[in-house]
Design a protein around this ligand. Sequence first.
Ligand code: ZN
Ligand code: ZN
Length: 372
Amino acid sequence: MRITAAVLEQIDTQTVPHRITLEQIELDDPRDDEVLVRVISCGVCGTDRGCLHGVEPYPTPGVLGHEAAGVVEAVGRNVTRVHNGDRVMIGFPFCGRCYRCLRGEQRYCEKNRDLTFSGYRLDGSGGMRRRNGEELAGRFFQQSSWATHTVALEQQLARVPDSIELEMAGPYGCSISTGAGTVLNELRPEPGTSLAVFGAGNVGLAAVMAARLTSVEHIIVIDKVPERLALARELGATHTFHASSDTVEEIKELTRHRLDYAIEATNGANLVADAVAALGMRGTCAVVGGSSPSAKVTLKHADLLGHGKRLIGVMGGGGQTPAFLESLMALQGQGRFPLEKLVRFYDFADVNRAIDDSDAGITIKPILRMPA
Ligand SMILES: [Zn+2]
Ligand SMILES: [Zn+2]
């Protein structure tokens, strides 16, 4: 079928900006285990921007977008969980067959890298092409949903409860569940503990909202943008610090050297060493912010061994994908997870402005609205 998609012609750099243009393209029908979704809205995530700017790898020409919400328009003949007309959002892709998937750890699917960044299905086939026949890398996270329609795997879909607006649901698929899942699935802070979130973007602020649902005592947020720190306080941060060379000492003083948990949620993983240094004895630092595959982290050996600290990577918030996403959306419906405070909507045609505003830190969670 003919659809409109935001095509990335080549990697966007400072000298060659705005290489995304809306274009009419062809979308293949869903296969037996796939679903055609009419996209209502799609978030702009740090990983989209990472690929767009060449920090993370993605082939061009291609279509980005991996935080879609929409309505099911057609299903493959083996699809049983969703039906035409269902309100859905598209979460992380996973193969469902590997060692990790069979253990219920779909976010750590062994095929994750290929499913997310190759731009194609595992068998190498695509699904989007230009009208002149040129193949597009149109399976970003198996959804490439900066588009009016897309095809995704049945297993990556979650139902959107009636209690929330459909156009709000897409970001639960990646950035929001990454921040919230790190707190609720992985760190699980106990009463009386303290948690510091480095980076108050959409991932970090989702972690703050999730932390507020727990009995953690101190929720500390570090960022360099005053408006983000103010929003963090509104969402539940008990203390905020402007990022500086004094931050580690300030946190130690506040927590009496007993910081239990740190989440490094900056785009670029710039503050991992600070986050680990700020921890107290036996503290755990979760690295969740995206970065270049070749990026390195340097730590003081004594900071790990001397204090029994732990450093873990948490991908996509861990947890079982659709069930966890549905439970987070239900919390928003109850007013306990105010995602709407992070969001600003943009028309699809303004995709480049949404990216610029996100790059500049003006908008925390841009969501693109597709034309009706
Ligand atoms: Zn798998
Ligand atoms: Zn993402």
